[in-house]
Design a binder for this molecule. Sequence first.
Ligand code: C2E
Ligand code: MG
Ligand code: MG
Ligand code: MG
Length: 281
Amino acid sequence: RAKAAGRNAIRFYHPEMQRSVDARLELEKALRRALEQGDLELHYQPQHCAAGRLAGAEALLRWPHSQRDFVPPNAFIPVAEESGLILPLGRWVLETACRQISRWHREGLLAGIDHIAVNISPRQFHQPGFVAEVEAVLAASGAPPQKLMLELTEGILIEDVTDTIAKMEALRKAGVRFSIDDFGTGYSSLLYLKRLPLDELKIDRSFVSDLETDSNDRAIVETILAMARHLKLAVVAEGVETEFQRDFLQRHGCRFYQGWFYGKPLPAAEFRAHLRRRLSA
Ligand code: C2E
Ligand code: MG
Ligand code: MG
Ligand code: MG
């Protein structure tokens, strides 16, 4: 059988495949090096209220590869997820965000700020020590847990629902809140939505981008907002780029807005300046 499998492997072998395996290994090695050498950065994309007030931010991982450019997370997060590198990487993201939250909090810059959101990957969430890890990072950094929002994707939520709920409830007891990222793009059973201890939904950018031209998207977004209102969940709209999108979302009761219309992700120092300007204005 081994021989047959070997022959099949050779029969199906294609140089493209080898190249892509090599490319993934190269990418993984370079990413590991970047993590170890401190080359990674977290940027913060502002989230605003309907009235325009700065309300929070989402921390987004940045891997600079030249003076002006970075490797897009969608190109390396899946590789990190598959190789397991996401565990030390995700921990670094959490530690860095919590240290930052703690510093801004001590400087009095988070008054009136609802939350700073951190993306959590499936493998990171499903590791047995996840709750203890988040608690340890919060304690070590001194960040107030009430300012931390963890973004989970729908895929995380449907896997082992009992364990997922237990983890979410343990962390919510500590004050941490939870958001569903990219809402509407995954397998979203309303039954889970009802059972899970959630605080927030993020409407995926794919529903927001064509609001002006696509009446189906308008119907979907209206429905999500109405449902969230009934379930008492806050809603963040992702990828808000135009006034039309903002107005439509506002008319239907969206609470938070994130997108280029308000601002691109900023390096920590620039986001801090943003936090300060708000207080002196
Ligand atoms: P996401 O969590 O859904 O993040 C939102 C993405 O939309 C970000 O892309 C952001 O830069 C982009 N975006 C925000 N506003 C606009 C807009 O108005 N127009 C357009 N065209 N794009 C906008 P980014 O930074 O490339 O990240 C992509 C994905 O990579 C994230 O999607 C998230 O799933 C993942 N990711 C990023 N940082 C982390 C991290 O620290 N940990 C984990 N596990 N995943 C991360
Ligand atoms: Mg996110
Ligand atoms: Mg998202
Ligand atoms: Mg998205």
